[in-house]
Design a protein around this ligand. Structure first.
Ligand code: SF4
Ligand code: SF4
Length: 454
């Protein structure tokens, strides 16, 4: 079957059934409550349990072993299909919009940094609440986010998903990675002027459809698709990574690139503080310093809505823990952004020297996208490593290592293609490619404890 035939078949199927998606969303909402809320009312598992023998372990595995890694991996094969087809949060926000006052979307919500801040807050809160280990933490984080999503949807936008476009903590990350994906919704006749923002029209994420040139904001709801129409939007399957290879035609954006760097660092920080003995050492030193300087409040327990508070499990985080975890994660984020930003600057400068036509700033933004595969794979195998646990340690490490290698090679390939589009000849590309290779290796090295179990 040809690629066109498959995309035409998918189009027909989803257009025919798009009105039925609400039933799926309702079922997913029920599943969300069952996974997030029910475990709070059940006793915590004692001793060694498995997802098959204990419901709380099952819910934990469903969340961190299945949902988290698979949502990100699925982006490569089907773009943001999770958002449009399955996500109960986006659907609930849109439902609330239908019964709300539908006020104009305020400027603070439309600010480009809003999803970046939202991602940083949720990722840090996830760690301080211990969402991976405590059902109550997961309930607070996901339930709270659902509440804010519904409120945002209720108040803002007119038949739109303001939450998904502007504030969802994982929306921007899924958006960046969806540029790697095999699915694109393209206008049959693209109008010039570059992708814009429009609250008119059917698109729930405010894409100016005739000028749509990037996949980032498309949640694949199929509302703009009409297979019978000669114009309009149609679904197209493409080689994964194609959009980033030709990123200069697809609205390359520096905010997105800096977000990619920051997100890679903060996710890494969220993993490393748990495994590095140096973190405990630093915590002890700061604690002693606080006592010596009468900063005794650092030794007080922080509020239960902010940190893990489980006296029955002998875990009550202090203000010291909150400060240390937050500071460490933000520091990791800043260091990773400085490292990848610095290396990308060198790449861009070298690209100019060997004949690149992009200029420094534009070259920087284009080349920053080369890290998307290695960042995504690191996130999946680092924070979603639970997926591989049932396969055993050796096989798990082998798969994680292979995935990382694949991400690394893919990143280098993308770097090469981006440089080719900048007009640099094959023989001279190796030089601006080198900093990119170093950056990707640095990401892998930083995730080594998670990927290779070192
Ligand atoms: S953007 Fe966020 S809330 Fe909206 S559909 Fe996607 S994951 Fe769900
Ligand atoms: S571009 Fe089309 S498929 Fe994508 S979110 Fe907008 S209306 Fe839905």
């Amino acid at each position: 079957m040809t690629r066109q035939a498959v995309s035409a078949g998918l189009e027909r199927f989803f257009v025919r059934h798009r009105d039925q998606l609400r039933w799926l969303h309702m079922a997913m909402f029920g599943g969300f409550l069952a996974i997030i809320l029910v475990p709070v009312f059940l006793p915590a598992p004692v001793g060694k349990t498995s997802p098959l023998s204990d419901y709380v372990s099952f819910a934990n595995y469903a969340l961190w072993g299945l949902w988290f890694p698979l949502v990100f991996l699925s982006v490569i094969f089907s773009g943001r299909s999770w958002c449009g087809v399955l996500c109960p949060m986006g659907a609930a926000a849109e439902w609330a919009n239908g019964i709300g006052p539908q006020r104009a979307i305020p400027a603070w919500l439309r600010w480009e940094g809003a999803p970046v801040v939202s991602f940083l807050i949720i990722t840090i809160l996830g760690q301080t609440l211990g969402v991976r280990d405590h059902a109550s933490g997961a309930a607070e984080l996901f339930g709270g986010t659902m509440g804010v999503a519904v409120l945002t949807g209720f108040f803002y936008g007119r038949k739109k998903r303001a939450w998904c476009r502007h504030a969802c903590p994982i929306g921007l990350l899924l958006g960046v990675f969806s540029r790697l994906g095999a699915v694109d919704f393209k206008p049959r006749f693209l109008l010039p002027g570059g992708e814009g923002y429009s609250e008119r029209g059917v698109c729930p994420t405010m894409i100016d459809l005739p000028r749509k040139s990037e996949t980032r904001h498309c949640i694949e709801c199929f509302r703009c698709v009409n297979p019978q129409a000669k114009g309009g939007i149609h679904l197209e399957l493409r080689r994964p990574g194609r959009e980033i290879e030709d990123i200069r035609d697809h609205h390359a954006n520096p905010v997105e690139v800096w977000f990619l760097f920051l997100a890679t660092g903060i996710a890494l920080g969220g993993f490393l503080w748990l495994v590095l003995p140096q973190f405990d050492l630093a915590r002890q030193m700061v604690g002693e310093w606080a006592i010596d300087h009468d900063w005794l409040w650092l030794g007080e327990p922080a509020p239960a809505w902010l940190v893990s508070h489980h006296p029955d499990e002998r875990e009550v985080f202090l203000w010291l823990d909150f400060t240390m975890i937050t500071g460490f994660m933000l520091a990791c984020s800043a260091v990773m952004a400085a490292l990848l930003g610095g290396l990308t600057s060198v790449s861009s400068w070298l690209a100019l020297k060997v004949g690149g036509d992009a200029g420094f700033g534009r070259g920087f933004t284009e080349l920053g996208y080369q890290y998307a595969p290695v960042a995504m794979v690191s996130l999946v195998v680092g924070l979603g490593g639970k997926l591989f646990e049932p396969l055993g340690t050796d096989i798990g490490h082998a798969i994680k290592g292979s995935l990382f290698l694949l991400g690394l090679v893919w990143s280098i390939w993308l770097g090469d293609r981006i440089l080719a589009r900048q007009g640099i000849t094959v023989k001279r590309r190796w030089l601006p490619l080198l900093p990119g290779l170093l950056g990707s290796l640095a990401v892998g090295l930083a995730w080594a404890p998670a990927i290779f179990g070192l």
